[in-house]
Ligand binder design. Sequence first.
Ligand code: 4AZ
Length: 298
Amino acid sequence: MAGKRRTAEAAGAGAAGTAGAGLRRGRRALLVLLAALPLPVAAGTVASSTPALAQGQLRIIGGTGASTQQEPWMVALGSRSVYGDYRSGQFCGGTLVSPTKVVTAAHCLYDESTMRPADRPDLKVIVGRSDLSTSAGSEVAVSQVWIDPDYSMRSNMWDVAVLTLAVPQPGRGVLPLVDQGATAPYRAGTVATVFGWGDTRGNGQYPMTLHSVQVPMIADSTCAQDYPDGAFRASTMVCAGEQNQGGRDACQGDSGGPLVVAGRLVGLVSWGAGCAEAGHPGVYTRVAALADAVRGQL
Ligand code: 4AZ
């Protein structure tokens, strides 16, 4: 199935739009959850929220701090005209995979209201800036955007895009892609790490600094039960998180960012119901399913 591609859905360029998919995706599910029941106190590293906050331990959701010094390939996507100067206009994450190419999620470049590619003339890739309130590193213009022609906003399948940087970043470390068809990194229980500047609490609290959290890979069969009616498609998606207790996850604003196993890019933050809920793990683009297509763009 992994090799089977639908014919291209036209990903027309330049549709007008303002709202970004990145920060809002999954929000509806999240709001429904918040309205329906008190947010379950997450187990694991977020056991007591107040002391954890005081100690500065609440990150991505349930994680710890991270730095672009240690992870130089971790980049933010920003648009100051759409999201304002606050937090450098950050709205998604991405991964530097070569001196001129960044891999991110296709949905980061779409407008949820028009279901078309968003028009963000000032789209920037922010490199070398862990703290978005600073001017560290640089904001690099994007000269070309490739969105997987099979990407579907309806099904969330083939959620990948490649950005070309107008200014190469030769000195910066890059993260290699996992091999096409690789299965070992996706074995259930394998511990992966996800990075981002997204919501740390599942209630709209966006941090200034980069965070990361470790999440175990979840079996496709389990995830298919977590997201029934075919919403989870193992051919282009993979799940990771704490299946039974929740508490660790990516969330709004982490979209497009990397899921890493053994120094390789294996997943891209894509979607999920709410954040860090037991039985609703994060869903990631399965990079091994589209590594060749991405490599064709490098
Ligand atoms: C989002 O909206 C989003 N908990 C990212 C990750 C997850 C849900 C939503 C997974 O960008």
